[in-house]
Design a protein around this ligand. Structure first.
Ligand code: SF4
Ligand code: SF4
Length: 111
């Protein structure tokens, strides 16, 4: 069983604003992000609650950053979360992943 580094990190969920289109919200027709976990931005955009707090931390993030974390809405997480550092689960970071990890005192992923 591979050791997925994101499960012992979570830094990006407590580093950046997470804004996304309303089409990622849950509706009667399809699952998605619960509206109550977001704040409205514009007529078509919402933001994950907590991600513009100081310090930021997404309301859906559970656990302790750098130790053990989980996204409470992982299966329904919004687009930006699905797209972020796509190879990080394999141990391959990128600039944004490195930046988030540094903010939380974590070293960049190996590759
Ligand atoms: S993508 Fe990078 S910053 Fe985000 S949880 Fe995974 S290792 Fe941490
Ligand atoms: S929705 Fe989940 S993956 Fe996205 S920032 Fe929040 S805790 Fe992280």
């Amino acid at each position: 069983m591979p050791d997925f580094p994101c499960l012992s990190c979570g830094a990006c969920c407590a580093a950046f604003r997470v804004d996304f289109h309303c089409s990622d919200l849950a509706t009667a027709e399809h699952p998605g992000v619960p509206l109550k976990l977001t704040v409205p931005l514009t007529a078509t955009l919402v933001r994950m609650r907590g991600t513009d707090d100081a310090p930021p931390r997404c309301i859906a993030l559970e656990g302790r950053i750098g130790q053990e974390v989980r996204c409470a809405i992982y299966a329904e997480r919004p687009g930006p979360c699905r797209d972020f550092a796509p190879y990080a689960p394999l141990g391959i970071g990128d600039d944004a992943c490195d930046r988030a990890r540094r903010r939380h005192g974590l070293s960049p992923l190996a590759l």
